[in-house]
Unconditional design. Sequence first.
Length: 182
Amino acid sequence: MSRILRSIPDETLRIAIYATAIVVAALVTFIITNPGVLRIGTFDVSYAPAFHAFLNGTVAVLLCIGYIAIRSRKIAFHRTLMLSAFSLSTLFLISYVIYHTQKAEPVYFSGTGLARAIYLVVLISHILLAAGIVPLALFTIVRGWRGEYARHRRVARWTLPLWLYVAVTGVAVYVMLYAWRP
């Protein structure tokens, strides 16, 4: 895999990564703004919000342990943890898309006042940064996989805190939507 990635020109990878990010963002936007439009059958997706929170929480833990692993120079362990975090984030995205294609009724935050303002700040920042994580994570993984460690470190310094924020706020949004009782 490393040899194959090294043989692909930087410009081609850059175009592929940005194209992937644009397609993912467009698909998610379409599905969220048209809930249930791609509904197939009557799948029970009631489990999905809790599952998504679990995935986000697990990703956050893996990212933290992965950071500790690389600081301890445990490169193979770091790679495994980061690829696991990316895999779970991908599973989250697939499940999220399926959930929103099957569920037509949105869930609204029931809090008011300051609680609602906090919720909206967390939600909006989470959504915007989640879209940005797709290319950042892909660039970080590709640069690490290609052995371009200096470039990997430069982008990882941005990717890690932003990805961790997205994962943690994903759990926070779930708690505010489903466990909040004003």
